[in-house]
Design a protein around this ligand. Structure first.
Ligand code: PLP
Length: 387
């Protein structure tokens, strides 16, 4: 009898369908992938030069557990500069090895077995999986027609075991953004029921409206119970570097740091120092503007393309780099998953079934335009039209 049976906790979570599609599509000629969510805009040259210089000069060792001073001071300054938000760099910021690690450590630090975590439906597929890994119970918050969180009856999600609420704007996969007045009932709910707010703002620089990004920590009543989770994967086009952070009240960041010290011990050092300096330069502001403009051009094309195809309708995302078109089915495929398979098999296009992001994703496909050129978007639409 082998003892190499996996731990029970893994049986409770489904593998990531996005990563599976990503692996399947590798090496197949002619495939166009609108699957994985990473931007292909070249990483800023000044940032690359700086990390190379740091590594050549010996910045190759462990960093302090909470992160380097340069990084934490840089993050504090950028939050002040862009959002007039104060974090003490010594106690309120933790450098993490990615946004995913920040989320994991936060959930592990605060969720006890049986605690409930309120999660927008649909949303980033890692939220329910990490909740389950922490022993928690995901509670889906239903969407409105526009796929924002329906705030008409939030109380229905509350029980004795409610502990955490996760927010993510701009949203993966819908691209929706909620305004501060739309968010007010959610913050009130958190205050009235003593919930911790985890706000994932990794798409803060990918916004297509004229409105400025809202830091949830800045909303009335939120600061003392909110942990901002962030990452540079999308903002600086460095998903391979694995660098993010958590920022929030001192005591809470202290608990997350305790968890982090036993998960990865510290985030990559040279990347912290390079990014900590870069994010308060004019090159950073120029780069994030270029990122947004490039993504916006693709967004306009992809939305127009989807809407020109019979049986598909697509809202304009307000941010992120995802379109989440609604599809009508046909006798040969009656679920998003079957349709996604059909499109991959027949037309060699990777589109993620909406159900990967929650039950309300049925009837949708998610298309990432982070890495697709305008020509590829045209080609995708031609192939879909044929199908
Ligand atoms: C909403 C959201 N949060 C967090 C992440 C994780 O980013 P990373 O782990 O690369 O920092 C992603 C990645 O796709 C995401 O879409």
């Amino acid at each position: 009898m082998t003892k190499m049976k996996n731990a029970e906790r893994l049986n409770k979570i489904a593998p990531s369908g996005i990563r599976e599609l990503f692996s399947r599509a590798q090496g197949i000629p002619g495939v166009i992938s609108l699957g994985i969510g990473q931007p292909n805009i070249p990483t800023p040259k000044g940032l690359i030069d700086s990390v190379v210089r740091l590594i050549e000069n010996g910045d190759n060792y462990y960093s302090p557990t909470p992160g380097t001073k340069i990084f934490r001071e840089g993050v504090a300054e950028q939050n002040k500069r862009d959002y007039n938000l104060d974090f003490d760099p010594n106690t309120q910021i933790l450098a993490t090895a990615s946004g995913c690690e920040a989320l994991y450590c936060a959930l592990m630090a605060f969720v006890d077995p049986g605690d409930e975590v309120l999660i927008p439906d649909p949303s980033f597929l890692t939220y329910p999986r990490q909740t389950v890994l922490a022993g928690g119970v995901p509670v889906w918050m239903k969407p409105t027609k526009e796929l924002k969180i329906d705030t008409s009856n939030l109380q229905e999600y509350i029980s004795e075991r409610s502990k955490v609420i996760i927010l993510n704007f701009p949203s993966n996969p819908t691209g929706e953004i909620m305004t501060s007045s739309e968010l007010k009932p959610i913050i009130d709910l958190a205050v009235d029921n003593d919930l911790i707010i985890l706000t994932d703002e990794v798409y803060e620089k990918c916004i297509f409206t004229d409105d400025k990004h809202i830091r949830v920590s800045n909303l009335d009543g939120a600061y003392d119970r909110t942990i901002l989770l962030n990452s540079f994967s999308k903002t600086l086009c460095v998903p391979g570097w694995r660098l993010g952070y958590a920022a929030g009240p001192k005591e809470m960041i202290g608990q997350i740091t305790k968890m982090h010290s036993f998960v990865v011990a510290n985030a990559p050092s040279a990347q912290q120092n390079a990014i900590g300096e870069f994010i308060n330069t004019s090159e950073f502001d120029e780069f994030t503007k270029k990122l947004r403009d490039t993504l916006m051009e693709r967004m306009i094309k992809i939305v127009k393309g989807f809407n020109s195809i019979n049986g598909i309708s697509c809202r304009k995302p307000e941010g992120s780099f995802y379109a989440f078109p609604r599809v009508t089915f046909h006798k040969d495929y009656t679920t998003s998953k079957e349709l996604s398979e059909e499109i991959f098999e027949k037309q060699k296009i990777v589109l993620v079934p909406g159900t990967e992001f929650g039950p309300s994703g049925e009837g949708h496909l998610r298309a990432s335009f982070g890495s697709s050129s305008l020509e590829q978007i045209d080609e995708v639409m031609q192939r879909l039209e044929e199908l």
